[in-house]
Design a protein. Sequence first.
Length: 340
Amino acid sequence: MPRLNPTRRQFLYGGIAIASGVISGDGCSRQEAPPQAIAPAVDHPLAASPAAVEDFSLSMPTRVLGRSQLTMPVLGLGGSASPLSRPGQAAEAIALIEQAYAGGIRYFDTAANYGPSEECLGRVLPAVRSEVMIGTKTSRRDRDSAWRELERSLQRLQTDYIDLWQFHAITYDWDVDTLLDEQQGAIKAAEEAKEQGIIRAIGVTGHNNPDIFVKALNRYPFDTALIPINAADRHTARPFIDHVLPVAQRHNTGIIGMKVPAYGKLLKPGILSGMSEALGYALSQPQVQCCIVAADTPEQLTENLNAARAFQTLSGEQLTAIEQRTAQVWQEASFFRRWS
């Protein structure tokens, strides 16, 4: 039976039984019950004067994310493989989130299984919730488990809605078949939550199987797909760019690029000159409307922000030259194709 919830806030604070009971653990977690209001403490710097940093976003290009109608800057902050996802690095994580917002980033990517990432974002973003978009993910494929994970994500993020809820790491036929089951598939949870206003858009993500995205996008009108987009991908046997992007264009599925610098493997001397080329290549592909990139340090985040602000669509000659320079490292840079 669908969950009947008159309002989003009643959904979030109406006595939901979260499996964990309270927010606890390492990283950005807190060892007390969730607060009774979504807003953070009034002494949080973003809560005190968010207007002081809003003008920075004006210099970053924005795009509409496919049929979702979500408008976002071309760069989002990735919530994995960085202090956001590592226990014990709360101070570093919060500083990066605040720097990202101050620099114009308005899309924040995370997942239920990214360690303390959701909780870190939940410490900062409620102060500016109306200004930002949050995307999180579930690896659950059945309706009931997906609902429970969505409830936990809402609590951790300290919000009553998610802008983009994604089915994480689809890889095999059974992933798509199970989550799209008409009776008990996780898609039922997404559709119910979207109808209730708890989520705004539905997406899929994955790292290593372009064919499964072709299947998924042809079977269901997903709003978005999060896939690897970089120049080394063109040298693989089944490039995401060649096989998934044309299908996304036909369905107007919004594409978010990830693995843009391949965890820095494309930024080695003699390959790409820096994030300007890596990000420029990805954002110049048809139907790619946004890229998420994680940052280990404030310096890396600054480079990413500068590249996004300076972005201009690359010519065909420039794209070809970048692809040629990645030919020598494409196998190393495609390591995520071996993930399962």
